[in-house]
Design a protein around this ligand. Structure first.
Ligand code: K7E
Ligand code: CUA
Length: 764
């Protein structure tokens, strides 16, 4: 079949396919399928609440901690389809994260620890940036419990932009959570240690070991944390656990629960009872109530000491100045969650059957009245539990975390031991409903459930164990996120999603329409610095700079070739590739991998990435594109030739490849001319309708026009070689002209199909 006819057929087929959708596709009835798969009506109802037909999108986007993988997992609700893993504390080769120089810099900021490289992260709590107490969809933050640090992810492109290490604490858990306008991100320690990563013997635990709560200042315009505008408050050596910021009535305050206020130090190897016994001996631990606005004033007034480069408000100052207060909380607490109206603070006790609802107004009144039951050993005033609580509600065994509904006063609390979720009313203090979970739920999440305006609708239970839920895959099981419908009075279990990347302690979900990620970068973009790369080159200006011992390649990538394609260097050279993706088309990413050199770049449209390595062994190293970007993706290749140090050239070296004749050239040109007619037909259709009313179509059409411009350039080259009767080059450039035509035709047809399916109208 001639190529012109081929394209016309393809074009007809695309239209037929669009019309054919929804036709008689199945001979089986719904009842047949239910019977065959053993489904009951409940199952089918659940399925219709989550099933998302091809092309349809989710209502909410969830950002899940990736646990021990050190990454973030992005998925849609209610379909529970995984959309992305974001490389954060650990290299992620597909995204080139930790493989290109730009991202290596981000990763190195966070991973260079006392001369070691820490490329493992234990992520726990993601947080979405807020404006006026509601998610704004701009940034995501996440903590690493293991090596205390916070990462900043920009939701414009879902890339990690910054990692800051905490110079004071040695483990963290109470992060990341944000103030209602994201001025601060909180990070509280978990296991006490001498501050500033110093040494002190365990015998001096009470005197020298401390916890701390860091308030990282976030600069919204820059999209970065500013360590020099951040401060820390020293806390007693209790095991601080989780944190939350106040809002509305309680704005300006933060809350951090704790366990092991016994300050017990285990030592099972020397006959002492283990930590777990000594750390749960008392009936209560302490909720830390912090006036962070006051602390900020003290920080700005310089009432701090420097610890390892960070300003720290000492415990005695915090106690004296009324920055921190303690309230008892039962028993082995976990989770502290401020209600959407900011009036209450809810804490669970792992070994208690109750949740405790603290009343912020009562806390304030008690502080104002100076009504304290005493002080702890570090001088912090202690408030009476009875004076500060609104109510305590018996919800079940092992309550952990609480999230909120769009309905006023309605909360959901996970019950770890019972393996249930309790729905309850925190205003009236009564349980409304319970649903069983498989198995051992930790955190749970409702849609925008920790903001001032939760969206309700769905709840996800993050289960610690999967046991028999999925097909077995060996002793290490996937995690299980269970989707629950909370739209009605009774909760309904809808769906089990296995998560095979780590234990996601917490997840947050935002309305999908609040996210406005870009589909391409501005030309030649350094995505990690958010600025034009100094190494970007326009097509036609690609070059190779050589200095003694150094070769620097300024190259480009476009369907389906790299420029340059052959790079020759000498053994021992330090080689740098700066590669720019010239594409504008959505989803036209190119990869760049060099054989046996641990190199893989991800070049999304517009991006420039660099990589430097030592060419330390003579040889021939193919490089190629790792994304199947077009029909000639496999031909998107090149050679890095590493010559031996004293290489003098080969004897008897001839010419590589086939030679072409005038006849070859003419046949080629004939096909190209026919192809152009088909393209012209598609272009005529597009310009005959109101394509300009469709941004997607306009974008595609621009990209097609771009490819056609390149076809024209190749055509001109081919013709000038033909004029010189250089048939070999004339033929090869005619072939390249055709390659650009094929890409233009492909995008043109996509544009046409899109317009037809979206009801484009004829314009006069
Ligand atoms: Cu696993 Cu929030 Cu770290 Cu509870 S945490 S479960
Ligand atoms: Cu570019 Cu494959």
């Amino acid at each position: 079949m001639k190529i012109g006819t081929k394209l016309a057929t393809l074009f007809a087929a695309t239209s037929a396919l669009a019309l054919g959708a929804g036709g008689a596709w199945s001979a089986e009835s719904l009842q047949d399928v239910m019977k065959r798969r053993g489904l009951n009506e409940q199952d089918v109802l659940a399925a219709t609440k989550t099933y998302t037909p091809s092309g349809k999108r989710d209502e909410f986007i969830a950002f899940s901690s990736g646990g021990q993988s050190g990454q973030v997992i992005v998925y849609g609700v209610p379909s529970m389809r995984i959309l992305k893993y974001i490389g954060v504390f650990t290299p992620e080769p597909w995204q080139g994260y930790g493989y290109d120089e730009e991202s290596k810099k981000v990763l190195a900021e966070g991973s260079k620890v006392d001369g070691r490289e820490v490329l493992f992260g234990d992520t726990h709590h993601p947080a979405i940036s807020e404006t006026n107490g509601d998610y704004d969809g701009q940034y995501l933050f996440i903590n690493d419990k293991n090596t205390p640090r916070i990462a900043v992810i920009d939701l414009k492109d879902f890339e990690t932009k910054q990692i800051v290490q905490n110079p004071v604490i040695s483990s963290d858990h109470g992060g990341a959570f944000v103030t209602p306008n994201t001025d601060y991100i909180i990070e509280a320690s978990q296991y006490p240690a001498p501050l500033g990563h110093a040494f002190a013997p365990l015998e001096q635990f009470n005197e020298k070991y401390r916890g701390a709560i860091t308030y990282w200042h976030f600069n919204r315009e820059k999209g970065r944390i500013e360590p020099d505008k951040s401060f820390t408050i020293e806390t007693p050596p209790y095991s601080q656990d989780l944190s939350d910021f106040g809002k509305l009535d309680s704005d300006g305050w933060s809350f951090t629960n704790s366990f092991c206020s016994e300050r017990y130090v285990g030592g099972i190897e020397s006959g002492r009872p283990p930590f777990e016994a000594g750390c749960s001996a008392k009936d209560t631990d302490y909720l830390h109530v912090v006036n962070w606005k006051k602390a900020e004033e003290l920080f700005k007034a310089g009432k701090t000491k420097m610890v390892n480069g960070m300003a720290v408000i000492p415990l005695d100052v915090a106690a004296r100045e009324g920055v921190m207060f303690l309230i008892p909380e039962p028993k082995s607490p976990h989770g502290v969650d401020v209600t959407p109206n900011g009036k209450y603070v809810i804490v669970s006790g792992k070994l208690d059957t109750h949740v405790t609802v603290y009343d912020f107004a009562k806390i304030q009144a008690t502080i104002k009245a100076g009504k304290f039951t005493g002080k702890d050993e570090y001088g912090l005033p202690i408030l009476d539990l009875k004076d500060t609580i609104h109510t305590q509600v018996e919800v079940g065994l092992g309550p952990l975390h609480t999230q909120y509904d769009s309905k006023p006063c309605v909360a959901y609390t996970s019950l770890y031991v019972d393996s249930m979720v309790a729905k309850w009313n925190y205003c009236e203090g009564k349980v409304l409903d319970k649903v069983s979970i498989q198995y051992n739920v930790g955190h749970l999440m409702t849609m925008e459930g920790d903001t001032q305006h939760p969206k309700g609708g769905y709840l996800v239970a993050l289960n610690k164990l999967a046991i028999d839920r999925f097909n077995p895959v060996g002793p290490l099981h996937p995690q299980n996120h269970q989707l629950i419908d909370i739209g009605g009075d009774k909760m309904q279990m809808l769906y089990d999603m296995p998560l095979p990347l780590g234990e996601p302690h917490y997840v947050v979900a935002i309305s999908a329409d609040k996210l406005k990620p870009s589909v391409r970068y501005p030309f030649g973009w350094n995505s990690r610095e958010d600025e034009k790369s100094a190494f970007a080159v326009r097509p036609g200006s690609e070059r190779v700079d050589r200095k003694p011992g150094k070769v620097e390649v300024f190259g480009t990538a476009i369907r389906s070739h790299f420029t340059p394609e052959i790079v020759e260097v000498t053994e021992g050279d330090e080689v740098t590739f700066h590669m720019t993706n010239l594409e504008r088309a959505e989803d036209e990413t190119h990869g760049f991998a060099v054989s046996r050199h641990n190199v893989n770049l991800s070049l999304e449209p517009g991006k420039t990435s660099s990589v430097t390595f030592k060419a330390n062994k003579a040889g021939v190293y193919p490089y190629y594109c790792t994304e199947f970007c077009s029909a000639l993706h496999l031909e998107m290749e090149g050679y890095l030739i590493v010559r031996p140090a004293n290489y003098k050239g080969a004897e008897g070296a001839g010419k590589a490849g086939t030679s072409y004749s005038k006849a070859d050239y003419e046949t080629r040109v004939k096909t190209n001319v026919e192809t152009q007619k088909v393209i012209d037909g598609v272009v005529a259709y597009i310009t005959s309708v109101n394509y300009k009313d469709f941004p997607t179509a306009t974008g595609l059409f621009e990209d097609a026009a771009d490819q056609l411009g390149r076809a024209k350039e190749a055509k001109d080259k081919s013709e000038s070689f033909a004029a010189k009767q250089d048939w070999n080059n004339a033929m090869l450039w005619a072939e390249q002209w055709f390659q650009y035509q094929v890409k233009a035709a492909d995008i043109g047809l996509r544009t046409k199909t899109f317009l037809e399916q979206n009801g484009a109208k004829k314009v006069q």
